[in-house]
Design a protein around this ligand. Structure first.
Ligand code: CMC
Length: 427
């Protein structure tokens, strides 16, 4: 007999089916709850609510496990290139060499931006925050590519995916170059996907560009680690925007805005700003741990804690090791890395953090690596967005091809009951 859960309410019993996931996790299927019981569920922040069934990413927050399409993140970060991982997430399987090369060639074909979009970028002040600029430009891409995608057409779907995979790295590097006051140039399309991004970003107009394999490898790893993370805030945003049948570019642009917040992707910027502030303040990490524990102080230890991980974030483990290697290989000495390490050690031995299962997350060390590469702090979340792009695409594609209904939560109304209008002179 299939598993069921029962609700006893108002003298009646209602049976609800249990849905089994492939890794042993279970959910109560409440699709018929309101029509049979008049009840809805209430779960602010969706802490216990599954919004979909998905075959893309599995994570077990208690055990610190993360897998894309079944492959452990540790293996992918060690052995794969970013485009392979993007292909895996979007299309479900690792590409053959031929599939990989065709994907890359198709992306290169689409690697150009309408010159009018450049004018929009140029109209932003240099001081504009890169995430605001990236979100606006991605949204503007929609205006230059207005044709809606027939999701039943594999060809149209593929073309839309290739187009955004091609154009977002150009926008990201141009946002960076604008920030640095450098000319907006295209890359060298004989290079690999990530190698070309590095070239677009780091080539100086007055020097021959010499690729740095340390930077290429670190960038590859960071992008892979950020590539998907199931139903997080920005991904849920992409899915819900797409559920209204808004196009891929518009949905991704909304995802970029959601990612910007300091509780989500914006944490990588906030971490380094916090570490800098601690350094300026004499390096007193204990003072900042006390602030984080003080409920009357809004300060939080940025880069610590996660909605789902109640154990080490597996990405943080990889990034911490990478930070040590990259800084060592590049010969960068950054006192902020030492502050991060002491802060981590102290927090991991402090009952406040231990009791609440607060561990370093992916953002705790990523900013330190970006900094060592010469990327300014305000660009960190833009780099996160670049990494997350394949995940957003994969999730948008899954949602659209499964013909999921429009996302539209309900609410419990707790406002005034019906009352009569009072004219202004009587209020
Ligand atoms: N510093 C101090 N206390 C914290 C922190 C922190 N970073 N994170 C959580 N807590 C406390 C929180 O005050 C609460 O305490 P209490 O039970 O006494 O009220 C308890 O831990 C549970 O926290 P919560 O806010 O209910 O947990 P959440 O699941 O709603 O929030 C989070 C998760 C990531 C937003 C939160 O841990 C946080 O704000 N962390 C700092 C920001 C950050 O690093 N964000 C990046 C997340 S990883 C990248 C990504 O995927 O976006």
């Amino acid at each position: 007999m299939s598993k069921q859960a029962s609700i006893h309410y108002n003298g009646s019993t209602f049976d609800l089916p249990i849905i089994d996931g492939s890794e042993g996790e279970c959910a109560i299927d409440i699709k018929s709850l309101r029509s049979t019981t008049q009840l809805i569920t209430l779960d602010p922040g969706f802490k216990n609510t599954g919004s979909c069934e998905s075959s893309i990413t599995f994570l077990d927050g208690e055990k610190g496990v993360l897998r894309y399409r079944g492959y452990p993140i540790e293996e992918l970060a060690e052995k794969a290139n970013f485009l392979e991982v993007a292909y895996l997430l979007i299309f479900g399987e690792l590409p053959t060499q031929e599939q990989h090369d065709v994907f890359l060639t198709d992306i290169k074909e689409e690697s150009y931006i309408d010159e009018d979009l450049k004018k929009i970028l140029e109209s932003f002040p240099k001081s504009a925050h890169p995430m605001g600029v990236l979100s606006s430009l991605t949204s503007a891409l929609t205006a230059f590519n207005p044709a809606s995608v027939d999701v039943d057409s594999n060809e149209q779907m593929y073309n839309a995916i290739v187009r955004i995979m091609a154009k977002l790295p150009i926008l990201v590097s141009w946002v960076f170059l604008k920030r640095m006051g450098l000319p907006l140039k295209y890359g060298d399309y004989s290079l690999g996907y990530v190698e070309n991004i590095a070239r677009m970003m780091f080539r100086k107009p007055n020097k021959e560009y010499v690729p740095n394999p340390i930077i290429d490898d670190a960038l590859t790893k960071l992008l892979i680690l950020h590539a998907d993370h199931e139903q997080n805030c920005s991904t849920s945003t992409v899915r819900i925007v797409g559920s209204s049948h808004a196009g891929l570019f518009a949905s991704v642009s909304a995802g970029i805005s959601a990612l910007w917040g300091p509780l989500h992707g914006g944490a990588n910027q906030a971490v380094v700003e916090m570490l800098e502030a601690i350094k300026q303040d004499g390096g007193d990490t204990k003072k900042y741990l006390d602030k984080a524990k003080d409920k009357s102080d809004p300060f939080r230890l940025m880069g610590f804690g996660h909605r789902v991980y109640k154990n080490f974030d597996p990405r943080a483990k990889i990034i911490k090791k990478t930070a040590d290697e990259v800084l060592g290989d590049l010969g960068v000495v950054d006192p902020v890395l030492d502050i991060a390490k002491s802060l981590e050690q102290e927090a991991l031995n402090d009952s406040y953090f231990v009791d609440r299962k607060l561990y370093p997350n992916v953002d705790f060390y990523s900013g330190i690596i970006y900094r060592a590469m010469g990327i300014p702090t305000e660009m960190f979340t833009v780099m996160f967005a670049l990494g997350r792009l394949p995940g957003w695409i994969a999730q948008w594609r899954e949602m659209r091809t499964r013909k999921e209904p429009i996302g539209r939560p309900r609410q419990i109304y707790v406002g005034h009951n019906k009352r009569s209008f009072v004219p202004m002179d009587k209020r």
